[in-house]
Each structure stands twice: as structure tokens, then as C-alpha cells.
Design a protein around this ligand. Structure first.
Ligand code: AMP
Length: 984
């Protein structure tokens, strides 16, 4: 029986198998690469020796070696007992260890003959075979009963041969995969049962699947063997090096070897950043403060990280980081000292003001602390002020730059130290920036009052304060009928030390009080004296019975008042004041219920009304001996010659700084007259905001005009030099001073004609004074003046249209010019109408154009400017009204908060608002997008990093325009307070 089988099948199967290997299953064996997630437990094709599987009965399955395409022998099992019925041929593998797997897969490759293709085979011919397994811990079983096997499946061929002859036929190999689940013993045996088919079992591969080692979200998941059946295996990941768990990482290994449902993640520790599934250290110059930050970022300004792996950057020397400062912000330093301190004394109160430090240290949290000490007369011994001195709003932790100090003692010296500090001052060993303001309240008029009484007048005389805190500008005499103060009182002002008060009621008791005013403000009233006018005219000189010696004590200061009973001849000189008998230096205001009752005011006298102009000089200017003047240096050039600074020492008076204008040699008579005309005009004025004439030198050459010295020079240059450095209150304070000076001039019916910032002088206390009163100045001196069509030279940009058109110069045209000065001040010395030509300016004004609000200009101030520029001159405000308006604004700074054109501070809810999240977006939103590169190359990459940027840093990175700096800083301020909503 064996021979026909051998005869028939051997050659045919050998041939069949080799053909299979060459054609249908050709190039695989040598290159057999298993998928990454499969672990092979058995592969018949890789067996080099006999497979050694059990076959029974003997004449059933047969192991046959065939050659593959590389001539390497490979093992196959074949059976083809198709001619005989009742076949039951078993082929059993060796014990296959399952390792860790509960679920294994069996991949079989085989060929199967189509029964129809075999001529003469009986009907018992089969085209299927069965596959079984038997689980066992025993690897050496020699016998397994058929009934012990568990059937895996009956395997049928998808492709079967239809012909034995291979010829040019392409043969197909069947591949079937079956799975065994839930294995639990050490291993198992596989068995193939043939019931009468013609089969060649080319390969049997047994494998299980695993989920291969992987790194996801910086967590490593190990090789994981899949679970049995469909179960998912939950696997916990381990954070890769230098990372930490953000949320416990886990994944599921699915039955087919795939990872599913990643949950949680790891993040790189501070000092490390993620790169390709790893955490690598931050490079020097960069840092990462928190594990949750994605990447290392460049060190913020003024800090560095010299080593790798930095978790924060170390501040440069002299720079610090406050405890609550985010690590991402620039290191900052303490601020410099407050600037431009000003004190204004009012009796026993003093208002102290200062400008913020030039260098904010890069922070926005500046506060000021005020220390008060009371000093001895020589200033050598100072003691801390007692608790009786009060500070409004307070003396420590001030965020504003002004404080009112009350309840000081009169006649005393005080020294105030204003210290600036910010969030890092406490970390710096260097002393805090401070500025000292010395104040003297000793302005009490410690007087000997002298008296000449008649039935309707009283003459008083007094001595000035012993230690005035500046040059005395004027004295103020207040008087009222006894017990009538609330209803009716009169204030008189004079530069002189005596005064005759006239127009009094006979036989009436009056109360008189005198106080002095210096640049620093008003002193205390030197006491109160009651005097009764006589019923008849009396003339008592030195009569002790008529003299009253009165000791007056105000807050510790004793004022002795003695009345002189001396005939005092009132100067009746040619002075042109309406109150002819009053001292020409006096100014009188009467108050009723606190309001001004129009007094007979003084009128300015034009020097040309004098037949002899030298007489005007003699009348209005004091002749000074040239030996009292020491010229020190040249400070400017005037129309007639140099302007110098120097000192003036007059007998019995303190030496003072003065400005000296001299008339250059070779002048004509007319030039001399014109030069001195300024003195004879200036000499008629006496006001804190008008440049004060000290006197003239006419008796020797060179002819000189001596005025008070204004340390900060002309206002336009001063503002340009300090662009952006003053608070709006300080600017309004300056404007108030100018308006007050102009009110005084207009009250005296003096029209200035050339009011402009260049003609305002500024002293060391920021007091602004109107100057430039020369007769010829508008014609010759002012470089801004241009010839008009009607002849005459006019500073077009500053001049009202009616004055340009038909030379109608009035106080109302001065008000127009004042509006332009306001614009100059708020814009820090910008040229009005910029580069427009004079002709274009005239045309534009005529067509209704007006200057727009300067940057950061409060709405109220621009409105006031527009009011000054009303076409109809009677529609413009008067200087008195301007002073009142500015006073109100100063008293209520909140009214200045609304800006005409700013990106911040607007309270208008309709203002467009953008939410920004990057520096670039922010710059675009505030229309400063052209600075993007400056910011990024300076390292300002996050919004956090710009929160404490300073002017000096902006300048360093190339943002040099003051207006742009201001715009950026004010937006930064709003970012600090309002978060990422930017108003534009
Ligand atoms: P003026 O001839 O008055 O225009 O003066 C010419 C320049 O000298 C001014 O622009 C000021 O810079 C300076 N100057 C004039 N008067 C004073 C003063 N009283 N104090 C300081 N500087 C002055």
C-alpha cells in the first residue's frame, strides 16, 4: 500500500512544495521579520534541524525537507492519503512554552489539493483538516489521548490546487491564523488532524502579542504582554529622566498589542525643557522656573544664568527681585531721589511737592516717605518733629507727590526729607534716594508799628521778618472794623514797609494785621492791633500817650507793635495810580463777604507818556551803584547786549542772585531809551509772577538793568529739557502762575503782545514769571516775529487773528497767546502748529482750525485752550477767570484725570478695548507695533516681562521719542492694574 502513495505523492509533493516556495512563498524566509509587537514562541520555518513532531500512525504525516530559494532546507509536514478511506492522521508539536502570555496566536501556512483535481480519488477525499491544542505544565508528554485535545478549528483552504501539474501555474499558499485564549499552564501542545486530505503544512508559527515599550507625554511605558481574551491591561508610565508627574500617566495595552487611551502626563522639572521625549537642561542665559512652563526662556532684563539647568536668573549687581515679583520679570533697582522739590509756605502750613524720580528703577510701585525735623536757627541742631505736626494725607507710604504739612510752629526752620522707595529698596544696601526741602516759617512780621492817626486815616509802618525764607515780595495789610470781619474787610498790598490807610470812618475802631509774602508763600500775621480813628484831626509825633506798645504772640512768636506818632508824608510823586495819595507800591482790594469789591486799581503808564523818558526810569527804577554788583557769568544774549548772572549786595540787605542785562557799547540815544524802557515798564510791576526789577545802573557804563535771577531760564527751553518729567499738577501750577501774572498785567491795563513760553522765566522753585517788557521787543527782538501785510512784526503763531489782521492788541489777544502758552507747556515745548508756514497758520485759523490737544492733555485744559482761541475776543475768558479755573483744577486733581487723547485713564466705557496675550498684540493694540522688534530683541517676550519696564530701558532699546515712551508706559500701567485688557 505504501508504494503507490510514495510513487504518487512524493514526487508530486516535493515538486509542489518547492514550487510553492519559489513562487507563492518565495522571498520571505530569510527576511523573516516579525512585527514589533509580536513575540514568536515557535516558528517551524526557522528550525534548522528536524522539528521532531509526533506523527501517528506512521503512514500519516511525514516530515519532509525541501529547499527554499536560497537552497536552505526547510521543514514541512505533508500527508496525502486520499485514496484510502478512514484516515485519522495526527501530527503533534513539541511542548510550546507560553511564557507570560495568556493569549497566543497560531499562524499556519499550507497548501491543500482540490479533491476534484485528483483523478480517481474516492468520495472520502477531504479538503479540510482540524487543529487542536492541549494545555500542560509537562513539557515531555509522550502521549496525549485524542479526547484530551481541545479543538481550535477546522481549517479549510481559501485557495486549493486544481491540478497536480505545476507547469506555468501560479500556486497559492493559504495562511490562517487562530487564537487560543486564557492559557494558564506552562505551555501547550498543538495537534493537526487529517481525515483524508492532501495537505502540505509549510509553516507553523506560534506567537503572542505585546504592547512595545513606548514614551508618551514624557512617561515611559514598558513592554507589556496583552491580556487574555479582550481584556485591556492598565499600565502606569514612569516619568523620564528630569521630569516629574503632572498627572499620573497611564495607558491601556489592548489585546492586539496597541496602546490605548493615554491619561496624565509628566513635565520637565524646573531647569529642563522637553525635547523629543526627553528633558534636556536649559542652556546658559535661559531658565525655566516652573515644571509647568513648556520651555526655557531667555533671562529677563538685568539678570543672567551662567550655568546650565537654571531655574531662575540671578539679578545683576545692584538689581533685585522682590519676594512677590514673578521670576519672569526684569530685575529692578531702587528709585533715584525725588526731583524738583517745591515748598509753599502759608503761615504755619507748608505744601511740599516734588516730581517722581528720574529713574524709577524699572518698577511702578514707588512710594514716598517724609521725615520732618525742626532745626535751630543756624541749622546745626535738628530734632524730630513732634506729634503735633500733621501731614495730609500722611507722611509715610505716600503714592502722591504732594503733601500738606500743618500745625508747624511759626518763626521756625524745618527740614523735610522726602525719600523714594519701591518694592526692592529694602533689598539694596545703598541708601534710599532722598531730597531735602528746607522750610522756614519765620515770616511773622515782627514789627514796630508806627501810627499817625487822623479822623479818616491811619499810617502804619513795620519791620520785615527777621529771617524771611526768601526775598520779600510784598506785605499784605488786612483791616476791618472791629467785630465786622466776617462782613467786610479790606486787604492792602505793598512792597514798602509803611502804608497810609485812608477813607476810614471817624471815631471808629479798626483791627489791622500785617503779613509778608516771599516766593515761598505767605508768612503768619504779625499780630493784631486795634486802633480808633480820632473824631478830630490829630497830629501827634512821638507822644507816648498816643503810642501803643503791643506785644502780640502767635504760636510762640512775640510781635511787638508800637505805633509811631509821626507825621508821615505820603509820597505824591507822579505815579499815575488812581489812588493818588496811596503809596505807589500799594495795591488795594476790598472784600465783601469774601468777594472782591472793585478797588481803585493801578494803571500802567506807558514810558512814552513821559516827555523825558529818563524821568520814567527815575520814577520806576531804583538807581543801583555798580560797585554793589558782581557779574559772574554770561547766561544769554539779549537784543541790546549780553545777559549775565551775578550777585547784588545792597546795604543792610542779604546778597541776592540777579540777572544783569547790559547795553552794549556804541549805542544810540534811541537804543538807550528803548533799552531802559523795559526797566521803566518792569519797575511798575510788583507781582510774584512778573519778573522783578531790582534796579538800573545808568550813571556809569555799561548801562545795566538788574532783575531777579531765574535759575531755570526760559520756559520753552526748560520744558524741552525736562520732557515728560512733571506731574500734570506741576504743569497746571506753572500755568496758574503765568495766568496770575497776566491777570495782574491786565488789571493794570498792560497788554504784553508777545506772551510765549520763550518769554516766561522759571526759577528754582518752578515759579514761572512773565518777562520781556521792552518796547521794541516785538518789532526787533523776537525771532518768531514776522512782518505782516500791514507792516509791523508779529509772532504769528502766538497772536490772535484780530491782532494780526488789524493790530488790535488787547488783554483778550494776550488771552489768545496764553492759550498757545498752555499748549506749549502741556506739550513740553513743542512748536505750535509744528512746521506749518505762518501763512498756512493764518489761513487755517481763519478757517476754524485749532491746535489739537497735546499728548496726555486733560480734557479740561484743552477746553480752556479752545476757549482762549475763540474767534470773538469778547468770548474768550478773562485772566481772572482763567486763574479761578486753574485754582479749581489744582484743588480737585481728579478733574484732570480724563485725558483728551490718551490710551489709558479714560473712563469712557465706550472706549475700544482689546484683550491681548502677547507683547506683539499689545504693541499693535496701542499702535506702537513698529517697536515689536525692539522689544523682542531686548528680551521682552512675555506680557509679564514688560510690567515693570522703565523709561531708561525704553530709551536703551531705541524707543527714544518721549511721546511714545509715555504712551507705552501709561499702557503698561493699565496692564498692571487692569490685566490684559488694553484700551486704545
Ligand atoms: P531777554 O533779552 O530778556 O530775552 O533775555 C535773553 C535770555 O537771557 C533769556 O532767554 C534767558 O535765557 C536769559 N535771561 C534773561 N533774563 C533772565 C533772568 N532774570 N534770569 C535768568 N535768565 C535770564
Amino acid at each position: 500500500m505504501a508504494s503507490p502513495r510514495v510513487l504518487w505523492i512524493y514526487p508530486s509533493l516535493s515538486l509542489l512544495s518547492s514550487l510553492l516556495l519559489f513562487h507563492a512563498f518565495p522571498p520571505c524566509r530569510a527576511l523573516r521579520n516579525y512585527p514589533e509587537n509580536e513575540v514568536t514562541l515557535l516558528d517551524s520555518m526557522s528550525a534548522l534541524a528536524d522539528l521532531g513532531w509526533e506523527a501517528y500512525p506512521n503512514e500519516g504525516w511525514e516530515e519532509i525537507s525541501v529547499m527554499d530559494e536560497r537552497n536552505t532546507p526547510m521543514r514541512t509536514y505533508q500527508v496525502c492519503n486520499v485514496m484510502e478511506a478512514n484516515q485519522n492522521n495526527w501530527l503533534r508539536t513539541r511542548h510550546i512554552s507560553r511564557e507570560e502570555a495568556q493569549r497566543v496566536h497560531i499562524e499556519i501556512k499550507f497548501t491543500l489539493r482540490d479533491c476534484n483535481s485528483l483523478p480517481g480519488v474516492p468520495g472520502t477525499c477531504k479538503e479540510t483538516f482540524n487543529m487542536y491544542y492541549y494545555e500542560s505544565n509537562n513539557a515531555n508528554l509522550w502521549f496525549i489521548k485524542e479526547s484530551q485535545y481541545i479543538k481550535i478549528d477546522t481549517i479549510a483552504a481559501d485557495e486549493s490546487f486544481t491540478q497536480v501539474d505545476v507547469g506555468d501555474r501560479v500556486m497559492k499558499l493559504n495562511t490562517e491564523v487562530r487564537t487560543i485564549n486564557n492559557l494558564s499552564k506552562k505551555g501547550f501542545y498543538l495537534a493537526f488532524q487529517d481525515l483524508g486530505a492532501c495537505i502540505a503544512l509549510v509553516s507553523v508559527r506560534v506567537f503572542y502579542k505585546k504592547c512595545p515599550l513606548t514614551v508618551l507625554n514624557l512617561a515611559q511605558f514598558p513592554d507589556t504582554i496583552t491580556g487574555g481574551e479582550t481584556a485591556l491591561v492598565e499600565v502606569h508610565g514612569v516619568c523620564v529622566n528630569a521630569s516629574e508627574e503632572f498627572e499620573p500617566p497611564k495607558m491601556y495595552c489592548s489585546a492586539d498589542g496597541g496602546w490605548l487611551v493615554p491619561i496624565g502626563r509628566c513635565v520637565c522639572k524646573p531647569g529642563f525643557e522637553e525635547n523629543k521625549d526627553m528633558c534636556q537642561p536649559c542652556r546658559p542665559g535661559t531658565y525655566k522656573a516652573s515644571a509647568t512652563d513648556a520651555y526655557c526662556t531667555k533671562c529677563p532684563p538685568h539678570s543672567s544664568s551662567p550655568q546650565e539647568q537654571a531655574t531662575e536668573c540671578i539679578c545683576e549687581k545692584g538689581f533685585y527681585r522682590a519676594e512677590n515679583d514673578p521670576r519672569s520679570t526684569a530685575c529692578t533697582r531702587p528709585p533715584s531721589a525725588p526731583e524738583n522739590p517745591i515748598s509753599t509756605v502759608n503761615e504755619t502750613c507748608v505744601t511740599l511737592e516734588w516730581a517722581p524720580p528720574r529713574d524709577t528703577g524699572g518698577r511702578g510701585d514707588i512710594i514716598y516717605n517724609l521725615n520732618c525735623t525742626k532745626c535751630s536757627g543756624d541749622g546745626k541742631k535738628c530734632t524730630k518733629c513732634g506729634s503735633n505736626v500733621h501731614f495730609v494725607p500722611r507722611n509715610f507710604g505716600l503714592s502722591s507727590t504732594t503733601v500738606l504739612v500743618t500745625d508747624l510752629e511759626p518763626d521756625s526752620n524745618y527740614s523735610f526729607t522726602v525719600e523714594s522707595e519701591n518694592g526692592v529698596s529694602a533689598l539694596s544696601p545703598t541708601p534710599k534716594g532722598k531730597v531735602v526741602i528746607n522750610v522756614t516759617t519765620s515770616q511773622t512780621v515782627s514789627v514796630v508799628l508806627k501810627e499817625r492817626r487822623s479822623k479818616d486815616s491811619v499810617t502804619l509802618a513795620w519791620q520785615g521778618p527777621e529771617r524771611p525764607n526768601g526775598v520779600i515780595v510784598e506785605y499784605e495789610v488786612i483791616y476791618y472794623e472791629k467785630n465786622q470781619r466776617e462782613q467786610n474787610y479790606t486787604v492792602l498790598k505793598t512792597r514798602s514797609n509803611m502804608m497810609t490807610v485812608e477813607g476810614l470812618k471817624p471815631g471808629t475802631t479798626y483791627v489791622f494785621r500785617v503779613r509778608a509774602r516771599t516766593d515761598g508763600g505767605y508768612g503768619s500775621y504779625g499780630g493784631e492791633i486795634e486802633l480808633e480813628t480820632s473824631h478830630e484831626d490829630v497830629l501827634a509825633i512821638g507822644d507816648p500817650n498816643q503810642s501803643t506798645i503791643l506785644a502780640v504772640s502767635i504760636a510762640g512768636g512775640i510781635v511787638l507793635l508800637i505805633f509811631l506818632v509821626t507825621c508821615f508824608v505820603v509820597s505824591g510823586r507822579h505815579c499815575g495810580y488812581i489812588k493818588a495819595k496811596q503809596d505807589p507800591d500799594e495795591e488795594k482790594m476790598q472784600f465783601q463777604h469774601g468777594r472782591v469789591k472793585l478797588p481803585g486799581s493801578r494803571t500802567y503808564i506807558h514810558p512814552h507818556t513821559y516827555e523825558d523818558p529818563n524821568q520814567a526810569v527815575r520814577d520806576f527804577a531804583k538807581e543801583i551803584d555798580a560797585s554793589n554788583i558782581r557779574i559772574e557769568r554770561v547766561i544769554g544774549a539779549g537784543e541790546f547786549g549780553e545777559v549775565c548772572s551775578g550777585r547784588l549786595r545792597m546795604q543792610g540787605k542779604r546778597e541776592i542772585y540777579v540777572a544783569i542785562k547790559s547795553l552794549k557799547a556804541g549805542y544810540s540815544d534811541k537804543q538807550r531809551r528803548d533799552f531802559l524802557s523795559e526797566a521803566s515798564i518792569m519797575g511798575q510791576f510788583d507781582h510774584a509772577n512778573i519778573i522783578r526789577l531790582e534796579g538800573v545802573v545808568t550813571r556809569c557804563k555799561p548801562v545795566m538793568i538788574i532783575t531777579e535771577f531765574m535759575e531755570n531760564g526760559s520756559l520753552d527751553t526748560f520744558l524741552k529739557k525736562h520732557d515728560g518729567q512733571f506731574t500734570v499738577i506741576q504743569l497746571v501750577g506753572m500755568l496758574r502762575g503765568i495766568a496770575s501774572g497776566m491777570k495782574y498785567l491786565s488789571d493794570m491795563s498792560y497788554v504784553h503782545r508777545d506772551l510765549a513760553a520763550r518769554n516766561i522765566l522759571v526759577n528754582s522753585n518752578l515759579v514761572c514769571k512773565v518777562s520781556d517788557f521792552g518796547l521794541s521787543r516785538v518789532l526787533e527782538d523776537d525771532p518768531e516775529a514776522a512782518y505782516t501785510t500791514r507792516g509791523g512784526k508779529i509772532p504769528i503763531r502766538w497772536t490772535a487773528p484780530e491782532a494780526i489782521a488789524y493790530r488790535k492788541f488787547t488783554s483778550a489777544s494776550d488771552v489768545w497767546s496764553y492759550g498757545i502758552v498752555m499748549w506749549e507747556v502741556i506739550s513740553y515745548g513743542e512748536r505750535p502748529y509744528w512746521e506749518m508756514s505762518n501763512q498756512d497758520v493764518i489761513k487755517a485759523i481763519d478757517e476754524g482750525y485749532r491746535l489739537p490737544a497735546p499728548m496726555d492733555c486733560p480734557v479740561v485744559l484743552h477746553q480752556l485752550m479752545l476757549d482762549c482761541w475763540e474767534k470773538g475776543r469778547s468770548d474768550r475768558p478773562k485772566f481772572a477767570q482763567i486763574v479761578t479755573i486753574l485754582d479749581k483744577l489744582i484743588r480737585n486733581p481728579a478733574s484732570l484725570r480724563e485725558l483728551a487723547n490718551s490710551s489709558v485713564c479714560r473712563e469712557d466705557p465706550s472706549t475700544p478695548e482689546f484683550s491681548v496675550s502677547t507683547v506683539d498684540e499689545w504693541l499693535d493694540a496701542i499702535k506702537m507695533g513698529h517697536y515689536k522688534e525692539n522689544f523682542s530683541s531686548a528680551g521682552y517676550v512675555s506680557l509679564d516681562s514688560i510690567l515693570y519696564i522703565s523709561v531708561s530701558e525704553l530709551a536703551k532699546m531705541g524707543v527714544s521719542l518721549a511721546g511714545h515712551q509715555k504712551k507705552i508706559l501709561s499702557s503698561v500701567q493699565s496692564l498692571q492694574t487692569q490685566g490684559t485688557h488694553v484700551q486704545v
